[in-house]
Design a protein around this ligand. Structure first.
Ligand code: VG1
Ligand code: CO
Length: 543
């Protein structure tokens, strides 16, 4: 089969964000946009040449087409083997699992995660390293630099590989193995959790629901929850992956998973419900008429880690992203284990996990995970909760309120202003940054400022430094306000405002977070001049 070198021209906007390169579908489909990025990966990740690549995506529009393009380019670039999920599907955590299990040199994951799909939606691609985790900043910088100077790419005009059947195929000298996307992952889960205890819980009438949001987790959740753990058929709703996610936002939160939330209410409501996002790495956990914030979820799982067979001996440490609430910090202190604060994005947990310094980590953005893979993992979190519930014999609400009584409650909320003017957003952040020195040591609306800075992180393992990771203002009473701009959006800018306060007194822990945080919210809005600078009187999404 002849390999052909095609000439191309650089695109200036291929810098990966928080989690890979994300653009509108129409951007990805123009000219050689996708080809350029993929060639830049092959040019910079030389261990792929002669090695194994894992390939799959969340099934969104353009997934299949992109997979065929990448397979042909991989063959022309001298890769030895590609493991591709059947129908081009692999959830993000399953891709991480497969990379590690088969000692691949890396993976390409096609997803724009929780962003809407379809011809008018978003598409994305990211490179994961041999440890199964997202490329670190040094690698993404190298890939980006290459995209700016690229002049040609290599491919072939061979036939498409049939992706709908599991089997082995040949593309020139390269072998293509179409694998069952679920089985390796399901086997990994069975080795971590107490499946017997969960089976017993479900057999005893504990009612659960899982919303796959017409995204990637449907087949995973059906196999594990319904077939292996005995949940009744129909437990998984919106189970069929669709190219446009049924026209919805595959984002598991109270706003976008409203159908599921409704199923937890009333006398017939489910005892436990959960949802995952487009690519299966996020999770939302609900009890009967009860929402668990992702920050609390991480803290509760850390406190109960020993109930999970794979962690029966205890966990060495935990980590959370900077904007995530400090609930898990209280648990770490109590357990006498290390607790790390990292910038936003899962790539910053990889070194700590590889070094065995942490076993659990999480983000406020509905991401939780462990050292079993190097990505956050929605179904892992669901199974961890079911495992803990089964072993404790308590409801979700009782577990969480009991946790607050013991450790105190971190009231928490995130306010998102989406699609605002990029220039205005940049100026808002700059003005805040410039005011930081004035804020230090002073007070704001009656609260003493303990620190005010732009978060900078030095990786404790490799010493690399990541600056400007979010403006944070911490107060003497333990409350915090954090401002950052999203690195995953595709239209304009998205401002995220993170708010947190601490309430140690159990008698005062039952407030609605928006009420408990009201004065802090006012301070944040005023300090950042949000309304006058963005033209928005209220956030688009509150989580
Ligand atoms: C968002 C979240 C962040 C998460 C990232 C990827 O990033 O805030 O915590 O790691 O999405 O999640 P940003 O830059 O928009 O705030 V996902 O499920 O895309 O892979
Ligand atoms: Co995701």
């Amino acid at each position: 089969m002849p390999f052909i070198t095609y000439s191309t021209h650089p695109f200036k906007d291929q810098k990966p964000g928080t989690s890979g390169l994300r653009k509108r579908v129409e951007v990805f489909r123009q000219g050689h946009y996708l080809h350029n990025f993929v060639q830049a990966v092959f040019d910079t990740q030389t261990e792929l040449i002669g090695g194994t690549l894992v390939l799959g995506g969340d099934g969104r529009f353009f997934n299949r087409e992109a997979i065929q393009i990448i397979l042909k380019m991989a063959a022309a670039n001298g890769l030895a083997r590609v493991l591709v999920g059947q129908n081009g599907l692999l959830s993000t955590p399953a891709a991480s699992c497969v990379i590690r299990k088969y000692a691949a040199a890396g993976g390409l994951i096609l997803s724009a995660s929780h962003n809407p799909g379809g011809p008018d939606g978003d598409f994305g691609i990211k490179f994961n390293m041999a440890n199964g985790g997202p490329a670190n900043e040094q690698l993404t910088d190298a890939i980006f630099a290459r995209t700016l100077e690229i002049a040609d790419f290599r491919s072939t005009e061979g036939d498409d590989i049939p992706l709908d059947t599991v089997g082995s195929y040949q593309l020139g000298d390269m072998s293509v193995e179409v694998i069952d996307p679920v089985s390796d992952y399901a086997e990994l889960m069975a080795g971590i959790f107490d499946f017997e205890a969960i089976r017993g819980l479900l057999a005893g009438g504990f009612r659960i629901r899982f919303d796959a949001m017409h995204a990637i987790t449907g087949p995973y959740a059906q196999r594990i929850l319904e077939q292996q753990l005995g949940a009744p058929a129909g437990t998984v709703i919106n189970a069929e992956p669709k190219e446009d996610f049924g026209g919805h936002h595959p984002d598991p939160n109270l706003v976008h998973a409203a159908e599921l939330v409704a199923m937890t209410k009333g006398p017939e409501g489910a005892d436990f419900a959960a949802a995952s996002d487009g690519d299966g790495d996020r999770n939302m956990i609900l009890g009967h008429d009860f929402f668990v914030t992702p920050s609390d979820s991480l803290a509760v799982l850390a406190a109960n880690a020993r109930l999970i067979p794979a962690h029966a001996a205890g966990i060495p440490g935990v980590a959370r992203s900077m904007p995530t609430s400090q609930a898990v910090d209280h648990v770490a202190r109590d357990l006498g284990i290390e607790c790390f604060e990292t910038p936003t994005g899962w790539k910053f947990f990889g070194n700590l996990l590889d070094a065995g310094r942490i076993a659990f980590c999480g983000e406020e953005s509905f991401g939780t995970g462990s050292d079993h893979v190097r990505e956050k993992d929605g179904l892992w979190a669901v199974l961890a909760w079911l495992n803990v519930i089964a072993r404790r014999g308590q409801s979700v609400a009782d577990i969480v309120t009991g946790h607050w009584q013991r450790y105190g409650r971190n009231y928490y909320s995130r306010h998102d202003y989406e699609g605002i003017n990029s220039k205005a957003a940049g100026e808002l952040m700059k003005t805040l940054r410039d005011r930081l020195p004035q804020l230090q040591g002073g007070s704001l609306d009656g609260r003493d400022v303990a620190y005010a800075d732009d978060f900078s992180y030095t990786d404790p393992i490799d010493g690399s430094v990541s600056e400007r990771q979010g403006i944070r203002i911490g107060f003497a009473d333990g409350s915090r306000i954090v401002f950052r701009l999203s690195g995953t959006g595709t239209v304009g800018a998205t401002l995220r405002v993170y708010l947190e306060s601490f309430q140690p007194d159990p008698a005062q822990q039952q407030l609605d977070p928006q009420v408990a945080l009201a004065s802090l919210i006012e301070t944040a809005n005023r300090l950042a001049e949000i309304e006058s600078r963005t033209g928005r009187a209220a956030p688009d999404v509150i989580t």
